[in-house]
Write a protein of this length. Structure first.
Length: 131
């Protein structure tokens, strides 16, 4: 009976499809950025992703408190197991976080929350990048 695709074969098919998808998506580098202003000074936020690394940053063109909180996810190309990692950073005027995928792993996505506090005002935004 043609309808009886064994579970093992179906798993293999799924694995092959997922791997093909990972390889195809691997050609794309995605960068997402946002800009704004507080009191006439520029605010910037960005998330960047590459095959095995990702980073995010928040900056402000004046003295202000800046922060970034990012969650990075990755997939193991052999087992298709996924993992995530979260990092936070805060500073004055500029801050960033950076991630590296473990061995045999490829980047999947980075999602970041950014905040700038200055002149009693808050500027916040979210950025994300998918590999």
């Amino acid at each position: 009976n043609m309808n009886k695709i064994t579970k093992a074969n179906f798993k293999k098919l799924g694995l092959a499809l997922a791997l093909t998808l990972v390889m195809t998506l691997g050609m794309i580098i995605s960068v997402f950025a946002a800009t704004g202003a507080i009191n006439g000074y520029k605010t910037r936020a960005s998330s960047t992703i590459r095959q095995q690394t990702a980073s995010a940053s928040t900056s402000y063109d004046y003295n202000g408190s800046v922060s970034v909180s990012s969650t990075y996810s990755y997939v193991n190309v052999n087992t298709l197991a996924t993992g995530t990692c979260t990092k936070n950073n805060g500073h004055y005027s500029h801050c960033s976080v950076a991630f590296s995928a473990p061995s045999n792993c490829h980047s999947v996505k980075i999602v970041s929350s950014h905040k700038v506090l200055a002149f009693g005002q808050t500027w916040s935004t979210k950025t994300s990048a998918t590999y």
